[in-house]
Design a protein around this ligand. Sequence first.
Ligand code: AMP
Ligand code: GLY
Length: 429
Amino acid sequence: MNVLILGSGGREHAIAWKLAQSPSLEKLYISPGNAGTRNVGTNIPVDLDDFASIKMIVIEKEIDMVVVGPEAPLVGGIYDFFRDDYVLKDILVIGPSKAGAQLEGSKSFAKDFMANYSIPTAAYRTFNESNLQQGFDFIDTLNAPYVLKADGLAAGKGVLIIEDPNEAKNELSQMISEQKFGEASKNVVIEEFLSGIELSVFVLTDGTDYVILPEAKDYKRIGEGDTGLNTGGMGSISPVPFAREEFMDKVENRIVKPTVDGLKKDCIDYKGFIFFGLINVNGDPYVIEYNCRMGDPEAESVIPRIESDLLELFVNTAHEKLSESTVEFDPRTAAAIMMVSGGYPGNYEKGKPITGLENVNNCIVFHAGTTIDVDDNSIKTSGGRVIAVTALGVNMGSALEDSYANVDLIDFEDKYVRKDIGFDLINIE
Ligand code: AMP
Ligand code: GLY
């Protein structure tokens, strides 16, 4: 089977690394990929918005399956594009239809879906230009802090948590009337603030059945102790110590099953990952957000713990035969540490040579923002998040020890890592 993975981050490298181990794999392509995916397949440059070019690659390389890494092509309808194209209709696509991707693409869609199927989530209302005044009144009925969410995709920046009610009203006006996040904030969800510890749960579904993959915790803020600006994610740990059987049973019965059943009831075609961003409020799980793809950097700790053949799981997903799959997981803990460019998530420089990659041991190096310099074949930085180093250990401490030891061996100018990944889980373990 020939497979094309779309995307260029650590998540896509992790998926490529795992698929490359499958006996059913013939050729693996990654578009556009990065310097690391070159080690397990062939990179082909492409603009992920350009479905016509993706079609050309699929035809030329005789691709049988397309695995969609990031959300944007899914929200843009790449699944539907394949389904509705005479030439592409039999190609297997891992990722939901455009309607299914609305779970991530529209916060108000996701909230209404959860309300319809009684899935636990924060109380909310949606506002736009036509009922802005009611938005101000709604803020007056809530206790601080106030959670304001741009309805559409806003590159992870569309959620504001504000202490002061007047500032919240001011931000609401800016989001709606001044389009602070462009089209994405024409509609704004205001919701109740939930207090607890977050974790992410991942499911692969064929639209009827599902497999729950190992859960993970990611560290979104740039600064130690979860301070400073939000990033794409600075590291992840899997499993999560507080996600014990009783809690995970609640997650499955109150959240996962009703979500998969609800999609089916709503006739939404969904064959791919569902990422449940959850919060544990006094032992009860609530949904903070859905994503229609794997997490990044969660994939870098979750995928190495999947012992089964991921390609076979994908084939069964696409053929609606997931009930026939058995899945085994590595019980050890995986810790993924993200190495980022100095200045990220603000301005940072690219093109810094990366050294020491040949010295690592007892770990897996997943590339994110890296590129090959064709002039001298060296590997250089090309993004904010540069490399994730994942190690597995009998407990979180030993996994972290190995991943940090290897992080020290890899170098580039102005590299930055958070030194406290897992800090909040130590006493729970
Ligand atoms: P989202 O993009 O919806 O995941 O929101 C980004 C982050 O904002 C989440 O990871 C949470 O840390 C925080 N957040 C979002 N919604 C809430 C909420 N209702 N209560 C508390 N924190 C929230
Ligand atoms: N790490 C969070 C995400 O992938 O959205």
